[in-house]
Design a protein around this ligand. Structure first.
Ligand SMILES: Cc1cc2nc3c(=O)[nH]c(=O)nc-3n(C[C@H](O)[C@H](O)[C@H](O)COP(=O)(O)OP(=O)(O)OC[C@H]3O[C@@H](n4cnc5c(N)ncnc54)[C@H](O)[C@@H]3O)c2cc1C
Length: 605
């Protein structure tokens, strides 16, 4: 059998890659361990969140699918950071877990040119430095002109609960055991990371009256530009709630650390810093009296609740004991206990910015395999890998977005240029352009690219261009009438400013929101861009004195402090390039250096 593109794995990265290739006109085969487990959310039943919501809107603007599936499956939508600036506002949608997977599976099934095969890929066929196909477990070969590998947490995966270990990439799923060896034989380096998930609780055993309710947005905006506003949201809302751990919970954890897989040394892989296990939290933040727990129902027909914040690999009896110390969970019953999973990842510095491997032509890697963490990070990579596999086969120029165009571009650039030393989570602070990379303008930044590659129809691309033009025209009109200064004042809205203006255009609520943000941010954006360009070449000339005490830089995150102390960069430029040192962290470093070592800034040009 032969095809154009083979996608290995149909998780969040694989679904986007496979759909993109098929929609770009290529015969595509997606191979996955279990066809009934396509697009499964392995951990929390939610899409979006800070920076992740940005990625989803960017993916949607380019013609990806995740946003639409989340709209169909959403049971609770909230805008995070609603009281903060527009740049950090982010959408988070709690989903009906089954409905999400079902929506994606139906989209795949209905997609012409896309075939889903169940099986395990155990080897890659390579001829003259280019991939030419794959071998499946039973020895069957499949030829393909490009291969996208999106194997997630499954390569040589081991699950840990307390002292018990078993092979498996996710509860209920086997591990993929052959492909790691195949990748090594081709000369790829592999490393080991781990991640974990909390217990699943029975909804009726929770005393919801003792938890704080978490209301969703009363009239949420869909994630996808393709979801009709009318009739949205289509699914009944489900209540979410908040509770907290306490001293007693922490004591049980501390008393039992020796039985956690993490602390016995059974797990060697590093875990995600921004999604730590509860064992990690009580150890690393020993002074914190409590940690927040979000209770998220897994779906209208599911008896399960996902307690976000309680990921653990402690033995089952210890999990039950600490859960029952939490307010509202005193009588909780557990349907499935939490566990950790350790898996192989491929350091992403082995990739080109297109996500094609440097070593083998036509072979692309995307998703958690590249050392990232999270559905949204995986999906964005899957989409871009699929697009570039497709463009390559069509003989067209690759799509490599600039860091000023998308958070997704920052994600890819960080991966392929700086690499990862722990599971990589996207954050808005990683971008030096975050003021312009807002959820609200993803459409204007990226839809034309989606149009160029053929994932967005010409009509959709034109519509977005017309909407962007409407904002620009109105900003110019206000400027000509000297109204822009007034619009930048706190409390002044566009509606109040033009209430009696007979020439005011008709603008929908989203456009008005974007117009007001553009007007308010314009000055800051200009200043920030000019300053950043000037600074880049200065950074490499500013020498940091040997023995500089990184631990004393105030306000630095634990991640940045640890890494700077360990790597001891000798110039500001080097410090900027340390993985985990965000533009925000760099500003703190510069403020401290200016105060404590002012002489280092007096350098000859
Ligand atoms: C226990 C657990 C806890 C997690 N906790 C978190 C968390 O707290 N926060 C967070 O952000 N993320 C978490 N994740 C990670 C999250 O699930 C991933 O980020 C996301 O699913 C990655 O998407 P992906 O497409 O790269 O891979 P996956 O969704 O893992 O999909 C991989 C796909 O590849 C298939 N596959 C693998 N090998 C082969 C092969 N050789 N042949 C054929 N098919 C193959 C599998 O069947 C699967 O369909 C957790 C994952 C697990 C398992």
């Amino acid at each position: 059998m032969s095809t154009d593109v083979i996608v290995i794995g149909l998780g969040h990265a694989g679904c986007e890659a496979a759909l993109a290739c098929a929609r770009m006109g290529l015969q595509t085969v997606g191979i996955t361990l279990r066809a009934d487990r396509v697009a499964v959310m392995s951990c929390n039943p939610a899409i979006g969140g800070t920076a992740k919501g940005h990625l989803v809107r960017e993916l949607d603007a380019l013609g990806g699918e995740m946003a639409r599936a989340a709209d169909l499956a959403g049971t609770h939508v909230v805008t995070l950071n609603a009281s903060k600036g527009a740049a950090v506002r982010a959408t988070r949608v709690t989903c009906d877990r089954e409905a999400y997977a079902h929506a994606m599976q139906q989209t795949l099934a209905a997609q012409p040119r896309l075939t889903v095969l169940e099986g395990e890929v155990v080897d890659l066929l390579v001829r003259d430095g280019a991939v030419v196909g794959v071998t499946l477990g039973e020895g069957r070969e499949l030829s393909g002109r490009a291969v996208v590998v999106t194997t997630g947490t499954f390569l040589s995966a081991v699950m840990h609960v307390g002292e018990r270990q078993e092979l498996g990439g996710r509860l209920g799923d086997a591990a993929a055991t052959g492909l790691s060896g195949a990748l090594r034989r081709l000369g790829f380096e592999l490393g080991r990371f781990k991640t974990g998930t909390p217990a699943r609780l029975l909804r009726d055993s929770i005393d919801w009256s003792r938890c704080e309710p978490q209301p969703g947005d009363p009239s949420p905006r869909p994630f996808s530009l393709r979801t009709p506003r009318e009739g949205f949201p289509s699914r009944p809302r489900l209540a979410c709630a908040v509770t907290h751990t306490n001293e007693q919970t922490h004591r049980i954890l501390r008393d039992n650390l020796q039985s956690s897989a993490l602390y016995q040394g059974a797990i060697v892989g590093r875990g995600p810093r921004y999604c730590p296990s509860l064992e990690d939290k009580v150890t690393r933040f020993a002074d914190r009296a409590r940690h927040t727990v979000f209770l998220e129902p897994e779906g209208a027909n599911s008896p399960l609740v996902y307690p976000a914040g309680l990921s653990t690999s402690l033995p089952a009896d210890v999990q039950l004991a600490f859960l029952r110390t939490i307010v509202g969970l005193e009588r909780v019953e557990v349907a499935r206990f939490g566990y950790a999973v350790e898996y192989d990842y491929a350091p992403p510095t082995q990739l080109l910015p297109t996500l094609e491997t440097r070593r083998v032509r036509g072979l692309f890697f995307a998703g958690q395999l590249n050392g990232t963490s999270g559905y949204e990070e995986a999906a964005f990579q899957g989409l871009l890998a699929g697009i570039n596999a497709g463009l390559g086969l069509r003989g067209e120029p690759a799509l490599v977005l600039g860091r000023h165009e998308a958070h997704g571009a920052v994600l890819l650039d960080e991966l392929v240029t700086r690499g990862v030393d722990e599971p990589f989570r996207m954050m808005t602070s990683r971008s030096e352009h975050r003021l312009v990379l807002r959820e609200g303008n993803a459409e204007f930044r990226l839809r034309a690219h989606g149009g160029r590659v053929g994932l967005v129809t010409p009509l959709e691309a034109e519509r977005s261009a017309a909407r962007a033009a409407a904002i620009a025209a109105e900003l110019a009109r206000l400027d000509a009438r000297h109204h822009l200064v007034a619009l930048r004042r706190p409390g002044v809205t566009w509606a109040s400013l033009v209430a009696n203006d007979p020439d005011r255009p008709e603008l929908d609520a989203d456009l008005v929101d974007e117009l007001e943000t553009e007007a308010r941010y314009a000055g800051y954006v200009k200043q920030a861009n000019a300053a950043w360009t000037r600074r880049l070449d200065e950074h490499d000339r500013w020498q940091i004195p040997a023995g500089f005490a990184w631990a004393e830089v105030p306000g630095l995150s634990t991640e940045a402090r640890e890494k700077l102390s360990r790597l001891a960069p000798t110039t500001v430029g080097q410090a900027r390039r340390v993985p985990g040192v965000t533009p925000a962290a760099l500003s703190l470093v510069l403020v401290h250096l200016r105060r404590t070592v002012p002489s280092m800034f007096h350098v000859e040009r």
